[in-house]
Design a protein around this ligand. Structure first.
Ligand code: ATP
Ligand code: MG
Length: 394
């Protein structure tokens, strides 16, 4: 009898990391443990290139699987049962497993896929499939073999100490374990794009810190709460992080008063980048992250992006740059940020929106406009006025 539920967790790209493989695997195990710390009676350990999670029978297995599937670096998860690596014992366990599926789902056909990870096991992979298949046929009289389109493809994975029996794989997101790729500062708005961009960088192993700009009282308290809601959803993947919150209104007012109207947006964006760069340097972030997307709006034409980039020296990551909006929206649905993003609250970018924003800004002209402002002092004051919100996943 199995007192515990067993989950086999497969590492994605981690498996390809050569010499660094143990390091990546350890990071992955740590992250899985962190995500499961609310569950008492769970054991996580790596063994022969896989991660095994054992959970006491009375725990909510689906909730555990959901938490594991959110860990970056996890390629897939299977619910498994185990048996000693001996053919009769494996056969008995396989029959029991199939009887349960007959009960639950009324399955009629099956195929066994045998695999011998332990090369000292005396029977080869195809033979394991045949032998266990024959035992299942005897033990479960209603079942027939169908090698082309079986109701259940039963995997029998023979390893040195134990054999694991399972069907099906629950997909993870892949990627790399958090903390294996430095830290980035994300510019998080309340829109659809920036949460997805943040998630994508975190998925590649990057730790996250965030900055959010508002224009209170032109933007409401509720608008900021929406951003915090979004940030918490992102944090359910990338772990708790700090969000630096900055009122951009003093800068926007200076720009509106002193600079050409059509340049407002691009000038504001350059200030956002500068402030973000300052915070990044203060907090050990190696790069900036935005949800910008080529051609999506006036401030995201090729020309505008070049002018935006020229305001900072840190690299700016734009993981959505070449995606289509529909695909970004699909991703937002998949990760669970979409419904919150589309709530209609004002954003600081929509305050003082010019009627005809320039789509082909020239850097010389923009620098000329900025020379009418005390850029340094404005950035300094904005950074000084920041409030920090701790974003903790639910
Ligand atoms: P999003 O859907 O992410 O808001 P967007 O399509 O509305 O993006 P913009 O408003 O031009 O595009 O913003 C481009 C990027 O600049 C955003 O993806 C985000 O990274 C950053 N950004 C915009 N507004 C803010 C804000 N209020 N606070 C922090 N970052 C912001
Ligand atoms: Mg926006």
């Amino acid at each position: 009898m199995n007192e515990q539920n067993i989950l086999i967790v497969r590492c994605g790209e981690v498996a390809l990391k050569g010499m660094n493989k143990p390091y990546f695997e350890r990071m992955l195990v740590d992250r899985i443990k962190k995500n499961l710390k609310a569950f008492e009676g769970v054991d996580v350990r790596r063994h022969e290139g896989l991660i095994f999670v054992r959970a006491e029978k009375d725990l909510d297995l689906d909730a555990i699987i959901k938490e594991i599937s959110k860990v970056f670096g996890v390629a897939s998860i299977s619910k498994a049962v185990e048996a000693p690596s001996e053919l009769n014992a494996i056969g008995d366990e396989a029959v029991k497993y199939m009887m349960k599926l007959i009960d639950e789902r009324g399955i009629k056909t099956f195929k066994v896929e045998g695999k011998r990870a332990d090369k000292t096991f005396p029977v080869k992979s195809p033979e394991i499939g045949r032998i266990i298949g024959a035992k299942v046929l005897v033990g479960c009289k209603v079942l027939k073999v169908d090698v082309h389109n079986p109701d259940v493809l039963l995997h029998v994975d023979v390893r040195s100490d134990r054999t694991y029996i399972y069907e099906g794989k629950i997909a993870g997101f892949g990627g790399l374990p958090l903390g294996t790729n430095g830290k980035g500062l994300t510019l998080l708005s309340g829109g659809i794009d920036s949460p997805v961009a943040t998630w994508m960088m975190a998925k590649r192993g990057m730790l996250i810190e965030a900055v959010h700009f508002h224009s209170y009282p032109y933007t409401s308290q509720r608008a900021q709460e929406k951003v915090e809601d979004l940030a918490r959803i992102v944090a359910s993947y990338c772990g708790r992080f700090k969000m630096h919150v900055i009122n951009l209104l003093p800068i926007q007012e200076q720009i509106v008063t002193n600079c050409p109207e059509e340049e407002t947006t691009i000038l504001v964006r350059r200030f956002m980048m500068r402030i973000a760069e300052r915070i990044a340097k203060d907090t050990g972030c190696m790069m900036l992250i935005t949800g910008e997307n080529l051609g999506q709006v006036a401030s995201q034409t090729a020309e505008a992006l070049v002018v935006t980039d020229a305001s900072v020296s840190l690299p700016v990551m734009r993981p959505l740059i070449a995606m289509d909006k529909v695909d970004i929206m699909d991703k937002a649905q998949e990760i669970g940020t979409f419904e919150t993003s589309i709530q209609p609250y004002e954003d600081c970018c929509t305050v003082f929106l010019p009627k005809h924003p320039t789509t082909k800004p020239k850097l010389e002209r923009i620098l000329e406009s900025e020379s009418r402002l005390d850029v340094e002092a404005l950035v300094e004051a904005a950074v000084k006025s920041q409030e920090i919100v701790n974003i903790i996943p639910e």
